[in-house]
Write a protein that binds this ligand. Structure first.
Ligand code: HEM
Length: 406
């Protein structure tokens, strides 16, 4: 009943983007006029302790862009660039036009736009700041399954743009690219998407292009250890980290992997076999040991033949924190589809973005284990990689990265 109405789309935006919850969803859905305005009018504040776009609910449209500083640009130019970019992002997130605005988003509200900035390893050499580079930006180890394209990997600077509207996201992308001026040039760009708010009858975990419910076991901001896992602690807070520079307080590290899905091979598997690859049901994401989506996996349960119900190589078993000395990360991906590749198979998959306070206690140990051969590995290929230090958020009037660059 709700699915056919444009108004329902706005309603989920409210439920996911604000504190609406299921009740807010139902109430707003009953009034399509209110709901219609809601997807556009929901705003994510740019300023704050952490940058927006990390704990923000996943948006329907995204652009991931890496930039390299232009030849001759150093610390001074980088500081001016971050100041310009922060001012632009703050205005767009508030639904205001950018300088020299293109008009593309003129009639839309902020639509949950977030613009998130990060620094890659090479940024610190280019700006003469190598001594202040966090050890957390040491290159990721090589994994046996990697097929990485260096031209689409890493970069001095990284910008993640997300919004619940394609034009709003594109508008922000152009504004960021234009305000780079002569200081930085696009190195690579990837475009992604997720479900639109409002297309399910209740707020649900999103699906990926393999059809799986993906994101169920993500750490939740309400978990007691969420901040410790995802954000670099503030010195003097009692949980300060001796191996992290003070300028990264309130920041996080983003690991970005372009993971191609070998969909022709995957789709040949019977649904039952697809479920064994992950260890969860496709229909509702519940563990193969029963219950609902959020029921714990029973990793010890065996079937009548004595073998584990959730196979030893199931992706959900191997990636679970319980199997990885507690290593956990916040996965916040976009799907991508760039048409057919030269080999005639879909160039589609996951722009995997995961957030953690330290990649050596998040992505790296888990990927090491998956790389030894989880059941999903034959159906995916890591084609590009980036690791970025994403500083804490800016105060009003300040800019992202000021504590490093000033
Ligand atoms: C869980 C799919 C790559 C880490 C899951 C789940 C699915 C899934 C369906 C179960 C539902 C959930 O808890 O979210 C995929 C696909 C991938 C991929 C399709 C590639 C295209 C990765 C990579 C990593 C990773 C590269 C990290 C190195 C995790 C973690 C969990 C998980 C930590 C949750 C485990 C838990 O807390 O119990 N993934 N995944 N995944 N995946 Fe992946």
């Amino acid at each position: 009943r709700l699915l056919g109405t444009v108004g329902a789309a706005g309603a989920t935006g409210l439920a996911l983007g604000a504190a609406g919850g299921a009740a807010g969803y139902a109430a707003a859905a009953a009034d399509p006029a209110t709901a219609l305005a809601t997807v556009g009018s929901t705003g994510e504040p740019f300023h704050g302790e952490h940058q927006a776009g990390i704990t923000t609910p996943m948006q329907s449209h995204g652009h991931l862009v890496a930039f390299d500083l232009a030849p001759g640009a150093g610390r001074k130019e980088a500081a001016a660039l971050m100041r310009r970019w922060s001012a632009t992002a703050a205005r767009l997130a508030a639904g205001e036009p950018a300088d020299d605005d293109t008009g593309v988003a003129l009639d839309a509200g902020p639509s949950s736009l977030t613009v998130t900035f990060g620094f890659g390893r090479t940024f610190f050499d280019r700006t003469g700041l190598a001594a202040r580079r966090p050890v957390q930006l040491d290159p990721l180890p090589a994994f046996s399954g990697d097929r990485l394209d260096p031209r689409r990997s890493e970069g001095d600077l990284w910008v993640q743009i997300g919004a619940n509207d394609a034009l709003v996201a594109f508008h922000a992308l152009r504004a960021v690219q234009k305000s780079a001026g002569g200081a930085a040039r696009t190195r690579w760009q990837m475009n992604g998407f997720n479900r639109s708010p409002g297309i399910t009858s209740r707020p649900m975990t999103s699906r990926n292009l393999m059809g799986q419910i993906d994101g169920t076991r993500n750490p939740k901001p309400s978990d007691p250890d969420f901040d410790r896992r995802v954000f670099v602690p503030v010195p003097g807070s009692g949980s300060g980290s001796p191996d992290q520079p003070a300028w990264m307080a309130g920041g996080s590290y983003a690991v970005v992997r372009r993971i191609r899905m070998l969909l022709d091979d995957w789709e040949k598997l019977k649904p039952k076999d697809q479920e064994l690859v992950i260890g969860r049901r496709k229909s509702d994401g519940a563990p193969l040991t029963g219950g609902g989506e959020t029921t714990e996996l029973d990793l010890d349960r065996t079937g009548p033949d004595g073998s584990p119900v959730i196979p030893a190589d199931a992706h959900a078993r191997i990636s679970a924190p319980e199997q990885n000395a507690g290593a956990a990360m916040l996965r916040r991906p976009f799907s991508y589809h760039d048409g057919m590749a030269a080999d005639g198979t879909p160039d589609a998959g996951l722009l995997f973005v995961c957030w953690q306070a330290d990649p050596l206690r998040g992505f790296v140990p888990v990927q090491r284990k998956l790389d030894r051969g989880d059941a999903l590995s034959p159906f995916i290929r890591h084609e590009a990689s980036g690791l970025f230090a994403v500083p804490g958020g800016a105060d009003e009037g300040g800019y992202v990265g000021s504590r490093l660059l000033e």
